[in-house]
Design a binder for this molecule. Structure first.
Ligand SMILES: Cc1cc2nc3c(=O)[nH]c(=O)nc-3n(C[C@H](O)[C@H](O)[C@H](O)COP(=O)(O)OP(=O)(O)OC[C@H]3O[C@@H](n4cnc5c(N)ncnc54)[C@H](O)[C@@H]3O)c2cc1C
Length: 501
């Protein structure tokens, strides 16, 4: 008799979603998390009276989260309080111009008109097509299993209108942007999504253009910090008996031939279960936890061929003053060419880019309770993407230099003299991120996503080589993101319930 019906490795969003849904369906389920806190990339840590978000800074596309609570038979509002953030983004361009996009579509039209009247028509066409797609395809695109060609075909047959939108999604983000907009300032304000998601506009999928559009349906910050999302998911499961243990690192997935039979922990203890769900990086799950010696050669070759997503230094800052910003998110943008150049001429050559492009999040704008009274927080995604191993150097050695560069950058874009107001500052380099979440090479979105590694081309949610092993989270379909990893948890639990329910 196994100890549990299901064991989930990792308490990220995908892992907790899967685990809670299994508990609700009567499975005795255990989540094992190596860190002292749950949530992984979507968590929040406390230091000196501040609450800093480790990674994710916002949630958009609420659909998967609402669907999760619906499946749990509960109301989202009773578990997670979401604060709307408006404007969606504020921009600082290369020449220092500032403008913001509000949630309201008509108000956004006025902003575009004031900068580039020639692009108003393109924006209207794009918005009309995009909202129609979101309306008709959201469920199908986000919650359909996409493991095999027949599954993908089934999605298209059930949703024939997908054929109308597919050609756009198959193009690059850059191509979609240039199809609808001519002005370089507008182009850069809609092309940064793929860039900060780990693929420059010339490689990233056109779907990023539509993700930007979904933000006009609302973007939200959870009261209490991003960790309130995984805490809400876990609490909903715990009411059905879910057990979550933190500070427990899994070393190995135990096998009986090619069948999962449990896990081996770092402390040498074994916990048994016929179902093991991995919420960790898929390359780690297969190549370290299962082990290449237990896999067919083709599977080792296939999983080895995936690349990790980009790493990026994160900077957490506490201030004793209000920053001169207009929105929850400020994007310091560059042109599409500059974004592609950073990727081609720096990142792929292991060089740290010398660019101002960055994403500054100001969470105390939405929730002042995250900092002591009168204080503020900035979480700052700086110099994305940055190499894991800078040529001829090491992040531990250059951390001091990097900290100084980050302060100079904040002085340029946020507030001259800001250094005198910094009461707390932590630089989390790709090496620190790897140590914190055991994320290989400091990758922040699991496996790299471009048009060749999406949907059925990503590691499958139900393992094809180990019976009883399932994958969830950013390494599997639909890739990194808060809504996408919650959606992946819904899909993975669906497979398990179908197989064993
Ligand atoms: C800097 C940054 C900014 C982001 N911004 C946004 C944003 O604004 N909006 C958005 O939608 N998304 C954003 N994302 C993406 C989003 O946060 C992630 O894609 C999502 O949270 C990942 O969820 P996951 O299910 O893949 O699990 P992960 O978060 O990857 O969690 C995996 C868990 O497994 C644990 N683990 C690892 N190894 C072991 C082991 N051996 N034993 C036990 N446990 C283990 C880890 O500690 C971790 O808790 C951001 C991510 C980062 C890093």
């Amino acid at each position: 008799m196994a100890d549990y019906d299901a064991i989930v490795i990792g308490a990220g969003l995908g892992g907790l979603t899967t685990a809670s849904l299994l508990s609700k369906n009567g499975f005795k389920t255990l989540v094992l998390e190596q860190s002292d806190i749950i949530g992984g990339c979507c968590s929040t840590y406390e230091s000196q009276g501040y609450r800093f978000d480790v990674g994710a800074s916002i949630v958009e596309i609420l659909h998967p989260m609402e669907r999760f609570f619906e499946l749990m038979g509960k109301r989202r509002e009773d578990y997670i309080e979401l604060l709307p953030c408006d404007p969606i983004y504020s921009f600082i361009t290369e020449d220092g111009r500032r403008f913001s996009y509000p949630t309201d579509v008509d108000e956004t039209t006025k902003v575009i008109e004031s900068i580039a009247p020639e692009d108003v028509e393109g924006w209207k066409k794009f918005a009309s097509l995009g909202f129609e797609m979101i309306d008709r395809m959201m469920d199908a695109m986000m919650l359909s299993p996409m493991k095999t060609v027949p599954e993908a075909m089934r999605m298209v047959i059930k949703n024939p209108e997908a054929m109308r939108f597919l050609p756009l999604l198959m193009r690059t983000h850059q191509a979609v942007t240039r199809k609808y907009y001519r002005n370089p300032v507008i182009q850069s304000s809609v092309a940064f999504q793929s860039y900060f998601a780990g693929a420059p506009p010339e490689i990233g999928s056109g779907i990023f253009g539509f993700i930007a559009l979904t933000e006009h349906l609302g973007i939200y910050y959870p009261r209490g910090g991003m960790i309130s999302i995984p805490e809400g998911l876990a609490r909903a499961g715990e009411e059905h008996g879910l057990e979550v243990r933190t500070g427990r690192k899994v070393e190995k997935i135990l096998l009986d031939g090619r069948k999962a039979r449990g896990v081996l922990l770092e402390d040498g203890s074994e916990i048994t279960s016929d179902i093991v769900v991995s919420n960790v990086n898929a390359k780690v799950a297969y190549l370290k936890m299962v082990g290449p010696e237990n896999l067919p050669r083709w599977a080792v070759k296939a999983i080895s061929s995936y690349r990790h997503s980009m790493p990026c230094p994160m900077i957490y800052v506490g201030l004793d003053t209000k920053p001169d910003l207009e929105a929850h998110h400020t994007v310091v943008t560059g042109s599409i060419e500059a974004m592609n150049k950073v990727w081609n001429d720096y990142y792929t050559k292991d060089l740290i880019p010398s660019t101002a492009m960055s994403l500054i999040c100001w969470p105390t704008e939405a929730d002042p309770s995250l900092a002591p009274e009168g204080h503020h927080i900035l979480n700052f995604l700086c110099n994305a993407p940055a190499p894991y191993a800078p040529l001829g150097d090491n992040w531990d050695r250059i951390k001091g230099w990097y900290r100084e560069e980050a302060i100079k950058s904040l002085e340029r874009v946020v507030l001259p003299g800001i250094r005198d107001h910094i009461t707390y500052m932590e630089v989390s380099t790709p090496l620190d991120f790897e140590r914190r979440l055991l994320s290989p090479q400091g990758s922040i979105y699991g496996l790299f996503s471009d048009m060749t590694s999406l949907a059925l081309f990503r590691p499958h949610a139900r393992s094809r080589v180990v019976d009883g092993l399932y994958l969830t989270g950013s390494s599997t379909h639909l890739g990194g993101g808060v809504p996408t990893t919650i959606a992946s948890g819904i899909i993975t639990s669906g497979y398990i319930l179908k197989d064993r329910g």
